[in-house]
Design a protein around this ligand. Structure first.
Ligand code: PEP
Ligand code: MN
Length: 345
C-alpha cells in the first residue's frame, strides 16, 4: 500500500504570516506546500494574488517548516520569477492548460530546467487537450510531470463546483499508466464538506495523492472561501483516509487474491459475452439497413429509437441501474448502428 502524496496550502498567498501559520500547522504531514501568487480570476475585480512579493515568503516557509514549496505559473514571466526564487515545484492551472499557445510558451520557458511540474486538467472535459499539454512539457525536456484532476466546468448548476467526470482521469491512467495522478477535491467540490468524500473516492479509484486547499481562517480568505479547510480539518481528513491495497499488492493476502481473481474471470467472461452480443446486434442492424435501402425508408427513425430507449431504460431501472447509464450505453450503440447503415448506402 503506497502512502498518498499530499500537497496542501492556501488557495492564495495573502501574507507572510498566513503562509507561515499554515505551514507550521502542516509541518511534517505534507510533501509539498502550495500557495497561489498569481491568481487567474474568471472575472476582473477578484483578488488577483500578491504576485512576486510572495516568492520570498514561500522561501521562508521552506526554510522554517522544512517543506517543499509550489506555486502556479501562467506566463514565462511567472516562470522566470519563480525559478529565480528556487521554487521546488510549479503548476499549470486549469485555465492555462486549456490554451495550447500559453502551454507552449511555458514549455519553451522551461526548456532545460529540472523542475517538477503539475498539470491540472483543462476547464473543459477534453482529455486530448490535457494530454497535449503534458506532451508539450515532455517535448521541452521536463521529466517529472504529474497530472492533477480538479474536475470540469459545466453550465448547469451542480452539487460540485467542477464535476469530476471520473471516466476522463481513468482513461488518462489507462493511456499513461506511469504518470502520477493527483486529485484536487477542493476545486472539484467547491465546498468544505465535499473535500473529504471526494478525497476518499479519488484514492479508492487509485489516484496517487491529493492537492488540497488549506487556510488557517477560511472564512476570511481572499479567494475560494467556501472550499478551504483549516489545517486541523485537513489533518483529521488525512488520518481518516482509508488506504486500499492496489491490485499489485494483493499477493499479500492469498484469500483475497483467489476470490478476486475468480470475480475478475467472471467479469472477463461477461465482457466477452457483451461484445459478442453487440456483434450479433450489429449484424441485425445491417440487415435492417439493407431492407431500408431497398424500400427507400429513412435510416433514422426517431420514434423507433425513443421507444427502444424507453423500454430498455425501464428494464434497466427495474434491475437497479440508473436511467442515465442505460441511455449513455444505448446512445453509443445507436451511434454505431447509424454509422453502419450510412456506410452501406
Ligand atoms: C488553484 O489551484 O488555486 C487554482 C486556481 O486551481 P484551478 O486552476 O484548478 O482552477
Ligand atoms: Mn483556489
Amino acid at each position: 500500500m503506497k502512502r498518498p502524496m499530499l500537497i496542501a496550502g492556501p488557495c492564495s498567498a495573502e501574507s507572510e504570516e498566513q503562509l507561515l501559520e499554515t505551514a507550521h500547522a502542516l509541518s511534517g504531514r505534507v510533501d509539498v506546500f502550495r500557495a497561489g501568487l498569481w491568481k487567474p480570476r474568471t472575472k476582473p475585480g477578484g483578488f488577483e494574488g500578491v504576485g512576486a512579493v510572495g516568492l520570498p515568503w514561500l522561501q521562508r516557509v521552506r526554510c522554517e517548516a522544512g517543506v517543499r514549496i509550489a506555486t502556479e505559473v501562467a506566463t514565462p514571466q511567472h516562470v522566470e520569477a519563480a525559478l529565480s526564487h528556487d521554487m521546488d515545484m510549479l503548476w499549470l492551472g486549469a485555465r492555462t492548460t486549456a490554451n495550447p499557445f500559453a502551454v507552449q510558451e511555458l514549455a519553451d520557458s522551461l526548456r532545460g530546467v529540472e523542475v517538477p511540474i503539475l498539470v491540472k486538467n483543462p476547464v473543459c472535459p477534453d482529455l486530448e487537450l490535457w494530454m497535449g499539454a503534458i506532451e508539450r512539457l515532455r517535448n521541452a525536456g521536463i521529466r517529472d510531470i504529474t497530472a492533477v484532476h480538479r474536475g470540469f466546468s459545466t453550465y448547469d448548476r451542480n452539487v460540485y463546483r467542477n464535476p469530476p467526470q471520473w471516466a476522463i482521469p481513468i482513461e488518462l491512467r489507462r493511456r499513461c499508466p506511469d504518470l502520477r495522478l493527483l486529485c484536487d477535491p477542493s476545486h472539484m467540490g467547491g465546498s468544505r464538506e465535499l473535500v473529504a468524500p471526494l478525497s476518499q473516492q479519488a484514492l479508492d479509484l487509485g489516484f496517487d495523492g491529493l492537492m488540497v486547499e488549506v487556510h488557517p481562517h477560511p472564512d476570511t480568505s481572499l479567494s475560494d472561501r467556501e472550499q478551504q479547510i483549516t489545517p486541523d480539518e485537513f489533518l483529521k481528513l488525512v488520518d481518516r483516509l482509508v488506504l486500499r491495497e492496489d491490485g499489485a499488492d494483493l499477493t499479500a493476502n492469498k484469500n483475497t487474491e483467489a476470490s478476486l481473481s475468480e470475480l475478475r474471470d467472471k467479469i472477463d467472461r461477461l465482457d466477452a459475452e457483451l461484445v459478442h452480443l453487440l456483434g450479433d446486434r450489429m449484424e441485425v442492424v445491417e440487415r435492417i439497413g439493407a431492407y431500408k435501402r431497398t424500400h427507400h425508408i429513412l435510416i433514422l427513425q426517431p420514434n423507433r429509437y425513443n421507444d427502444m430507449l424507453r423500454v430498455s431504460t425501464e428494464l434497466g431501472e427495474r434491475l437497479g441501474m440508473p436511467r442515465e447509464f442505460i441511455e449513455k450505453v444505448l446512445q453509443a450503440v445507436h451511434e454505431e448502428s447509424i454509422r453502419r447503415q450510412l456506410d452501406q448506402t
